[in-house]
Design a protein around this ligand. Structure first.
Ligand code: MG
Length: 316
């Protein structure tokens, strides 16, 4: 007989960490975009409502990419108005000027562009060089910022490693980060797209960004758990003063370019660690687990999150 698992960790604070962390929830966009199953818009809307009910304050809702490119998110026009009344921030991804106009027309004011730190991924994902893609984003960011309440997040992929190029030089990442801030991005999200970062590498990049004058309060981190490093990398980033962390409820989604199926850091695993450290997130872990169990049932498979499995007593 197994002993019952505790529902919450003991809280034992550690020195040198932020008092509060804002979780940028990406399950409905990054998560579902990378799931095989196409989830109907009303189920997605219910998912986002339930996520908002857990205390999450930033829930990335969808992407205004061309529907034929990402069939999983082809229903952005149906989904966004169905959740727009929620009292949370609902950023949306906009790949280009056309996507931005679609988002603005529905009243979206918080948007995200998706840049690459490497030439190979810029070519594969955007069919442009890094500099050509930055030139494409510049008017998109400017136009988004013109709107009342306009806020732009700049995602940066492949910050630590690239499947074609291998290790990515820190200076290369810093250059693209500076370019995104200089064109008007309010916030950056440093993506470890293939999950190869380890804590020393995270520390080196954050030290270099600090040296280049990038304020730490404009940096978010987006780690993937492909090699089991996401929480170690997150803790390292927190020690550098980062207080915005991307995570995906239930560990939804992955990266189609990684060999392993595991991808996004699960929000529950993150919240468990933060709660143990006494760091406030405002998130109700029990409600979040229940939401991910509900979503996993729609997807027809168990959640890959360790914390969801432990707290929902799922057999693995
Ligand atoms: Mg991701």
């Amino acid at each position: 007989m197994n002993a019952p698992a505790p529902d919450l960790p003991m809280t034992v604070p550690a020195e040198g960490l932020p008092a509060r962390v804002r979780v940028h929830e990406v399950g409905a966009r990054d998560g579902l975009q990378n799931e095989k199953a196409v989830v109907p818009a009303p189920v997605k809307a219910e998912f986002i409502r339930r996520l908002a009910g857990t205390g999450l304050t930033t829930i990335e809702a969808t992407s205004f990419v061309r529907p034929e490119w990402v069939p999983q998110l082809a229903d952005a026009e149906e989904l966004f108005p169905a959740v727009a009344d929620l009292p949370v921030d609902l950023p949306v991804l906009v790949p280009n000027a056309r996507g931005l106009e679609r988002a603005l027309a529905l009243g979206a004011r918080r948007v995200a562009v998706f840049a690459s730190a490497t030439e190979s991924f810029a070519k594969a994902n955007l069919n442009r060089t890094v500099d050509e893609s930055l030139a494409m984003f510049e008017p998109v960011v400017a136009r988004a910022k013109e709107a009342d309440g306009g806020h732009v997040r700049g995602y940066l992929s492949m910050c630590f490693g690239d499947p074609w190029e291998g290790a990515v030089p820190v200076g290369q990442v810093v250059r693209v980060c500076r370019a995104l801030l200089d064109m008007g991005c309010d916030e950056l999200s440093l993506g470890d797209t293939i999950g190869v970062a380890t804590p020393g590498h995270v520390s080196a990049l954050l030290t270099a960004l600090d040296g280049a004058g990038v304020p730490v309060d404009r940096i978010g981190v987006h780690f993937h758990d492909t090699y089991g490093q996401a929480l170690s990398n997150t803790l390292t980033a927190l020690r550098h003063g980062v207080s915005t962390v991307d995570a995906s409820a239930g560990g939804l989604g992955g990266c189609p370019f990684a060999k392993s199926a595991t991808g996004n850091l699960a929000t529950e695993d993150l919240v468990w660690m933060l709660r143990g450290l006494g760091i406030d997130t405002g998130i109700d872990l029990g409600r979040l687990v229940a939401t991910s169990v509900w979503m996993a049932a729609h997807l027809g498979r168990p959640s890959p999150s360790r914390t969801v499995r432990a707290l929902s007593h799922q057999e693995s």
